[in-house]
Design a protein around this ligand. Structure first.
Ligand SMILES: Nc1nc2c(ncn2[C@@H]2O[C@H](COP(=O)(O)OP(=O)(O)OP(=O)(O)O)[C@@H](O)[C@H]2O)c(=O)[nH]1
Length: 277
């Protein structure tokens, strides 16, 4: 009713964007899922090394919804400089594994732990909101039934064990509607979260947001390779306690990695990654 009135007088209130972060091991289909949602197309192969931010405006439940979606690069997730900041920036998380890859399934537990750790300020549990952070668990590649290593029942069970808000089994390749349903779920979670004042962005989230916006939104994101790029002094990943707790195997893999980094600090390897419908 109110929005119709706004439309009539040409004053459409600016919707707050819903910030979604997609995580999961390399090759599980994170980029494919996002591109399928935004373009409706299934595109075979993508550059695996880049983190990308997409914005996309779409009508859902008679509302114009502004998505800001961060597609993380699977292989940098273990040691991304800005992982903590990215997690604080996001409102909703999509955790993707491949049903043909047990490792990617098991890694979701570790990633869920990291999300909880970084969003702990929002860890609230009420009767209406029994989950701490909205995380959607997604098993992809169900078109590859013959290579299946994780059953539907196992996926559902893990979803409950981890306290995820929803579980989807999908084939990004075969079904555009299934990809859409995942983001619709994200929107539903976000909406119910926004209605609960207790679960709104905390002040520390706003800090991350400001830094994130000034550093990387809608502009080229340089990549810096090598450990030296990750030498932020206040990273909690550095603490032994964090390392021990963050990994299901009791360690975090080390080695050279690629990190999204503030544009002012490096001008190397710029990538423009702003897609709009
Ligand atoms: N069979 C099948 N293949 C898929 C599906 N979704 C994605 N793929 C393929 O899986 C491969 C990896 O997909 P990506 O979207 O690049 O995976 P990613 O998780 O973004 O990988 P990183 O960028 O390395 O983290 C590509 O060859 C895709 O074509 C699916 O539903 N079914």
């Amino acid at each position: 009713m109110t929005s119709t009135l706004y439309n009539k007088i040409g004053l459409i209130p600016k919707q707050k964007p819903i910030r979604v972060m997609i995580m999961g091991q390399p090759g599980v289909g994170k980029t494919a899922l996002l591109v399928r949602f935004v373009t409706k197309k299934f595109i075979g192969d993508y550059d695996p090394n880049l983190e990308k931010m997409y914005t996309y405006q779409v009508s859902m439940e008679s509302e114009m919804v502004n998505f800001e979606i961060l597609d993380t690069a699977g292989y940098v997730q273990d040691k991304s400089c800005n992982l903590e900041m990215n997690m604080r920036w996001a409102d909703v998380f999509i955790l993707v594994y491949s049903i043909t890859d047990k490792c990617s399934f098991d890694d979701c537990s570790r990633l869920k732990f990291l999300i909880n750790y970084n969003k702990k300020k929002r860890r609230l549990s009420t009767k209406d909101h029994p989950f701490d952070v909205p995380v959607i668990l997604v098993g992809n590649k169900v078109d590859q039934q013959y290579d299946r290593m994780v059953t539907y029942a196992e996926g559902r069970k893990r979803c409950q064990e981890l306290g995820c808000v929803a579980f989807h089994e999908i084939s990004v390749r075969e079904d555009v509607d299934q990809a859409y349903a995942v983001f619709k779920e994200a929107f539903t979670c976000w909406k119910s979260m926004s209605k609960n004042p207790k679960l709104k962005r905390s002040s520390s989230d706003h800090g991350a947001e400001a830094l994130f916006n000034s550093a990387s939104r809608f502009i080229s994101w340089p990549l810096v390779f090598g450990d030296s790029a990750c030498s932020s002094s206040n990273r909690s990943e550095d603490t032994p306690e964090f390392r021990a707790r963050a990994s299901t195997e009791g360690h975090i893999r080390s080695g050279t990695t690629a990190c999204r980094y503030l544009p002012t600090l490096s001008a190397r390897g710029s990538i423009c990654c702003y897609l709009k419908k």
